[in-house]
Design a protein around this ligand. Structure first.
Ligand code: UD1
Length: 358
């Protein structure tokens, strides 16, 4: 009997658990599929809750790497990943997005001459101060299969000299997950009674810079509405370290599970965030997004008029939220959902992988 080609899917951080939920579901039994978790995120509400809620299979490997400086975290992952890849001898290693787990696995695989597949390739913020930007650029340039979520990402890779034969537009796997939530789960309760803006802040460029953090908190504090803020552990740590306070309109809650987040977006008036994933989830759930960064990788959202980039000035944040509350629906919604893959990105990925490994 012909042996089945082996694919190792590597995840480690919260957004990757969401993405792999769609992709692992689309994998078929003619592939020998191995799921590996680096455990970059390890708290119950940053990790396990996503596995149980999204019914993701138990990883065959859990590396227990945890937190550390960039070098420590990435190096620990690389050492542990090398052992697994040498033992398992996969025909393909697949990585997701732009975290330290992504670059660690891509580097180890590439040096072992194992082909690498990158889901969510080609995104650029053009801001090299973001660790994620370094991770994405490096991962893209050592990958063999590059799955892009947008046409803009496809163009970008072409500009950077990546061979077009390696690049596949598939759409956004996160839309697959939102679509299946809409079909299968019922909308849960709102996290608070009354109208609110849903906010998340977790990027190091915001949490670790006191001026930027203060600007965001002040902008949100000026709003007349309540601000529901699910708190990422890094934000909690930095608020404590800087000793900055929040206004009385804040309702700080623990990090939300995927279903809780979907329900929280659904019941919100609009979303304020520095997350990449939440910018799209807001759009998929038809909520306007105010992005507290200086740029975004998801430029189509801005062009479609469903996302405004405001940086961290309190005045701009307040103005953008007030405008968002008065906005009507975007006329470009349908076209953009199509561009993001219509919720079937994962099956496109599996199809390409099978052809590649045949
Ligand atoms: C990482 C990714 C980022 C992604 C984000 C999603 C990198 C460079 N960044 O950022 O692209 O958007 O995940 O959330 O990989 N911590 C806990 N418990 C946990 C996990 C983290 O307490 O389960 C705390 C630790 O203090 C840790 C800090 O959060 O030092 C940051 O965690 P880390 O894994 O370094 O990166 P994120 O900020 O979560």
């Amino acid at each position: 009997m012909k042996t089945r080609p082996k694919v190792i899917d590597v995840v480690g951080a919260r957004p990757q658990f969401i993405k792999v939920a769609a992709v692992s579901r689309a994998m078929t039994s003619d592939l020998d599929y191995v799921l590996l978790n680096t455990d970059q995120h390890y708290d119950e509400r940053m990790s396990r809750v996503f596995f149980s809620e999204l019914k993701i299979r138990k990883p065959a490997y859990s590396l227990g790497v945890g937190s550390g400086s960039h070098a420590q975290q990435t190096a620990k992952m690389m050492m542990a990943l090398e052992e697994v890849f040498v033992k398992e001898k996969p025909q393909l290693v697949q990585v997701y997005g732009d975290t330290n787990s992504t670059i660690a696995a891509a580097l180890v695989a590439a040096k072992l001459r194992i082909p690498v597949s990158h889901v969510e390739a080609g995104l650029r913020s053009f801001n090299r101060a973001m660790p994620e930007e370094i991770n994405r650029i490096a991962t893209d340039h050592i990958s063999d299969l590059l799955f892009v979520p947008t046409r803009l990402a496809e163009k970008q890779l072409k500009k950077e000299g990546v061979s077009p034969g390696q690049v596949y537009w598939v759409g956004d796997v996160m839309l697959d997950v939102v679509k299946s939530w809409k079909e299968q789960a019922s909308v849960g309760r709102a996290p608070v009674a009354g109208s609110y803006v849903l906010a998340t802040i977790h990027r190091a460029e915001n949490t670790d810079d006191i001026e930027r953090l203060k600007g965001i908190l002040e902008g949100l504090g000026r709003l007349k509405l309540q601000v529901v803020l699910p708190i990422h552990p890094r934000l909690e740590k930095m608020i404590g370290q800087f000793g900055v306070g929040v206004s009385a309109n804040f309702k700080i809650v623990q990090p939300l599970s995927h279903f809780e987040m979907m329900s929280a977006i659904f019941h919100s008036k609009c979303v304020v965030t520095d997350s990449g994933g939440l910018q799209k989830e807001a759009f998929y759930m038809d909520r306007f997004c105010v992005t507290v960064r200086d740029e975004t990788e998801w430029k189509e959202l801005v062009a479609a008029g469903v996302n405004e980039i405001v940086g961290t000035s309190p005045h701009r944040i307040q103005g953008a939220v007030e405008r968002a509350l008065k906005r009507g629906p975007s006329k470009k919604r349908k076209a953009l959902l199509k561009e993001y893959g219509d919720g079937v990105a994962a099956s496109r990925i599996v199809k390409v992988i099978k052809k590649f490994l045949a």
